[in-house]
Write a protein that binds this ligand. Structure first.
Ligand code: KIV
Length: 264
């Protein structure tokens, strides 16, 4: 198996090949996801909700992320591993450097952080120090208390313009990937076309370069899920088959369908 790198993902964007990403928190699911052909695994701070049972990602610590990143790495033989910097671990560049180092040494190929153009200086410093960065914009769950809930972002013309500008500035500052969460599909399409770096979407329509879902959601383990989730376990007899079905649906463009999108 050939390791998927940032260059592989950039080439996939250029060639118009869709990228399938899934969250992952342990070595068993990492192995199964690799066998199912996943391109990238996100060790997301959603582990604070789906593994730890919290009602937000805020209680997650850098130690938790390092532990789960190391677990995922052990089951991995091909996928690109992205690991989340948790809440309050990248408030200024020096702090981000120290904590990103912990995740990279645990096995991440890239770190993800949530925010806007206030992160540009941090992204440049991380990149200069050998840490590729994915910038997460739109609905940023670590800011749930500022946003007033888990709500679709970029619905007004002004907000949409601001998100598009942010995406360009984050790319200029060195971000090697973007993640767009819960934004209208037409805005996600505009942003994806406006930048050269791969754009991962969740609740952002079908036109982003990549799709990501939370593992527990797509396996139908959560009773209440957002409209952008599809239960891929339905009609399958194994977890590996469900993940294979997800990879196939992302690659052939059948996921997300219109009913999984926010259209304004
Ligand atoms: O932490 C996470 O799993 C994420 C996804 C919701 C994209 O950031």
């Amino acid at each position: 198996m050939q390791q998927i790198t940032l260059n592989t993902l950039k080439k996939m964007k250029k060639d118009g090949e869709k990228i399938a990403v899934l969250t992952c928190y342990d070595s068993t699911f990492s192995k199964i996801s690799n066998q199912a052909g996943i391109d990238a695994l996100l060790v997301g701070d959603t582990l604070g909700m789906v593994l730890q049972g919290n009602d937000s990602t805020l209680p997650v610590m850098i130690e938790h992320m390092a532990y789960h990143t190391a677990c995922v790495k052990k089951g991995n033989n091909q996928a690109f591993i992205i690991s989340d910097l948790p809440f309050m671990t990248y408030s200024f560049p020096e702090q981000a450097l120290k904590n990103a180092g912990v995740l990279m040494q645990a096995g991440a190929h890239m770190v993800k952080l949530e925010g806007d153009i206030w992160l540009c200086e941090t992204i440049t410093r991380l990149t200069e120090n050998g840490v590729p960065v994915c910038a997460h914009i739109g609905l940023t769950p670590q800011a749930v208390n500022v946003l007033g809930g888990f709500k679709v972002q970029g619905r007004t013309e002004e907000q949409a313009k601001q998100l598009l500008e942010s995406a360009k500035k984050l790319e200029e500052s060195g971000a090697a990937m973007l993640l767009l969460e819960c934004v209208p599909s037409n805005l996600a399409e505009k942003i994806t076309k406006a930048v050269d770096i791969p754009v991962i979407g969740i609740g952002a329509g079908a036109e982003t370069d990549a799709q990501v879902l939370v593992l527990h959601d797509m396996l139908g383990l959560n009773e209440k899920t957002a409209k952008f989730v599809r239960n891929f376990m339905e009609g399958q007899s194994s977890v590996q088959d469900a993940i294979k079905a997800y990879v196939l649906a992302v690659k052939d463009g059948s996921f997300p369908s219109e009913k999984n999108q926010y259209i304004y």
